[in-house]
Design a binder for this molecule. Structure first.
Ligand code: IVH
Length: 670
């Protein structure tokens, strides 16, 4: 075959194969047999092998292949991927509607779009000029993992958008849910059982575990599917409502859930909830409720969003799954803050595929109010990811041998008195050096995302504290090789490794350290927010409530918690102690922040000296922003080896192109 003929044929075959993928996976309406499909694909593979010069990343033959990655890179979402406020009762739904109408000043019915709430994992897929260029997990809503290769193995997600003769929009960022159907899940687990492999607890875990595989060829063998329901940014198309969006998505080849209903007024949405609940069994994938969204995008804008969830949408969830079992005993756990938590030890029972053998009883008041006793038959509930809890005893089943329970006056771990501060429901061990508290705070300090001390697992922390070698965090850094290697199950080698990772953990960013200290309510994200505002502890401890609350994303509870933390002499000593043992945190450089302030960077291709995450981290520390795709807003594109289509787009958009070397110079000189 002549070369140009081959090229033509390859292109023709690609289109044909993708068309059949679309008919089969999206429309569920195939027009050829599997065999005919396989023949087309085989012909394409042969030609691509013969003419490697025409290979393309977005050829349907490339869905499966791809080399395993070493780690997932992370990338920032251009627009945060929000979560949803929840309601479990009708009342909450009516409250939502009342609030919305009040805020919008609408006396009558609002038009809502109600959709099934899919129980999978949220992803964002980016199409540039119609080509799938990047896919991210939701991550923490701000930054996700780059799972492009894995997403491309999902046949119902087009590699190229359909155009039907129209011009394709330059940028489409779509959001949706990747899931595994109930039947596929059951069959996959049956097969795994036969092969003696671990089983997945439920379809959502299976979907998440399958998508987050470093080797995309594993993902390719897992039966994943996707529905799309939201957009981040779209350029070149005007969308004014959810309804328009839900028409637009299928027109470019993206699957949209078939059960969605338009509702005039909240009553219809509540009715829809009932209908969907009735049909839950027949729906071939897991759903955990419905999502009610205001249809009109303009109205959405008026309402805006809270930190993590929009004010214009609500998840109305099915009642959590419950089961009946028996309380064998009640144990008391002591947490990082000294809180005593009663935990029911149960006869193991299965709820939605997970075995439950412990459930929280929260606190003494709850036990008293519900009149829960040791030996009771009880109803246990598990809602989504939350810890299972005991709902109520089945009093009719009592024999009279059940025992009431009172939290002890003294800490079960250290024996010091337990106090219950006025107005609080929680009993706390007052001993700041209580081994249980010390252990929990050290475990948190050493965890990933915090000081990330490799090799310092929970068991070892327990040993170190139990042996009296460590009484607080700085003590970790005073450990000698001998002390460690004398511990059970530790040798010279592991002692050396631990000392090495401790040494490495001494250089830490300010935000990680802030997170590692375990200040209440300060998670990884808020720690970064604080780092952007304050250069060091000296500045932060001077901040009062008002100043903190003025920071976007920081509310009264967080502000109070921070102020409290720094008002404790003990905590100040901890910070000093860390400095004494040689812990040095990096100060974000203020001068640089100004020069690169808000400059937007995009990366393409493989960098030699940085991982993506490192490069992006660097940009952010200098006050710039790392985004995932090129637009007219982009200031710099940093180009590594084998750049992708972002490069072409950057040329079109007149974006300044930097080589890796130039980027490094810029970073260092600034
Ligand atoms: S809309 C700002 N629609 O729910 C609104 N989310 O709690 C963005 N989800 O992370 C989400 N089905 O994983 C939307 N039909 C649906 C959904 C849905 C499931 C998930 C999604 C998101 C979470 C929010």
């Amino acid at each position: 075959m002549k070369k140009h003929k081959a090229k033509e044929r390859i292109e023709e075959l690609r289109e044909e194969v993708e068309e059949h993928n679309y008919r089969y996976y999206v429309l569920d309406d195939p027009v050829i047999t599997d065999r005919e499909y396989d023949e087309l694909l085989a012909e394409l593979e042969t030609l691509e092998e013969e003419y490697p010069e025409f290979k393309s990343e977005n050829s349907p033959t490339q869905r499966v292949g791809a080399r395993p990655a070493e780690e997932f890179e992370s990338a920032e979402h251009r627009h945060p991927m929000l979560s949803l406020s929840n309601a479990f009762e009708e009342e909450g739904v009516f409250d939502f509607d009342d609030r919305v109408r009040r805020e919008l000043g609408v006396p009558g019915d609002i038009t809502y779009l109600a959709e099934p709430k899919l129980d999978g994992l949220a992803v964002e897929v980016i199409y540039e000029n119609g080509q799938l260029t990047e896919a991210l997990t939701r991550g923490d809503g701000f930054t996700g993992e780059v799972v492009t290769r894995n997403i491309k193995t999902i046949r119902s997600i087009p590699l190229k958008l359909r155009s039907d003769g129209q011009e394709l929009p330059p940028l489409v960022e779509v959001r949706g849910e990747v899931y595994m159907g109930k039947d596929s899940f059951r069959r996959m687990n049956e097969r795994r059982a036969r092969e003696d492999k671990d089983l997945f607890a439920n379809p959502r875990n299976a979907a998440a575990g399958s998508l987050r595989q470093l080797d995309p060829s594993v993902t390719a063998r897992r039966p994943l599917n996707a529905f799309f329901y939201d957009v981040g940014e779209v350029q070149g198309v005007e969308l004014n409502s959810q309804e328009e969006l839900l028409r637009f998505l299928p027109s470019i080849g993206l699957r949209v859930n078939p059960y969605i209903r338009k509702c005039s007024g909240i009553d219809e949405a509540v009715e829809y909830f009932g209908d969907i609940a009735d049909r839950r069994e027949e729906i071939p994938y897991e759903i955990d409720g419905i999502v009610i969204k205001i249809n009109d995008f303009q109205l959405r804008e008026v309402l805006g969003t809270k930190t993590r969830s929009p004010r214009w949408a609500l998840a109305y969830k099915f009642p959590p799954e419950r089961a009946r079992t028996k309380i064998l005993d009640i144990e008391v756990g002591v947490g990082r803050t000294g809180a005593l938590t009663p935990v029911a030890i149960l006869v193991p029972v299965e709820i939605k595929g997970a075995t439950i053998s412990r459930a929280t009883l929260h606190n003494q008041d709850e036990i008293d109010e519900k009149d829960i006793r040791i030996g009771d038959e009880v109803i246990v509930q598990r809602a989504g990811d939350v810890i299972p809890e005991v709902i109520k005893p089945v009093k009719g089943e009592r024999s009279g041998d059940e025992e009431t329970f009172k939290l002890p006056d003294r800490c079960p771990v250290c024996g010091e008195p337990v106090k219950r501060p006025e107005g609080e429901a929680i009993h706390r061990c007052v001993n700041i050096s209580c081994p249980a508290r010390v252990k929990e705070s050290i475990k948190h300090f050493a965890s990933k995302g915090a000081a990330d001390v490799e090799g310092l697992g929970d068991k070892l922390v327990e040993q170190l504290v139990d042996e009296g070698l460590v009484g607080d965090i700085p003590d970790l850094y005073r450990l000698s090789r001998e002390e460690i290697s004398n511990l059970e199950r530790m040798g010279d080698k592991s002692a050396e490794n631990l000392l090495k990772s401790l040494e490495e953990s001494k250089e830490i960013s300010f935000s990680r350290l802030l997170y590692a200290l375990g200040i209440r309510h300060v998670g990884e994200h808020l720690a970064r927010v604080l780092e952007a505002e304050y250069a060091d502890f000296d500045e932060l401890r001077e901040a009062d409530r008002d100043e903190l609350e003025a920071i976007h994303e920081i509310g009264p509870e967080v502000a109070e918690s921070i102020v409290n933390f720094f008002s404790s002499q003990r905590n100040l000593e901890l910070i000093e102690g860390l400095a004494e043992v040689g812990l040095r945190y990096e100060r974000p450089d203020r001068d640089v922040e100004e020069t690169l302030d808000e400059k937007k960077f995009v990366f393409t291709g493989r960098l030699e000296n940085f991982t993506r995450a490192e490069a992006q981290g660097l940009v952010e520390r200098m006050g710039g922003r790392a985004t995932s795709s090129v637009s007219s807003e982009t200031d710099y594109l940093v180009v590594g080896d084998n750049p992708g289509s972002k490069y072409d787009r950057a040329l079109e958009e007149d974006v300044t192109i930097l080589t890796e070397e130039e980027f490094r110079e810029k970073a260092e000189s600034d």
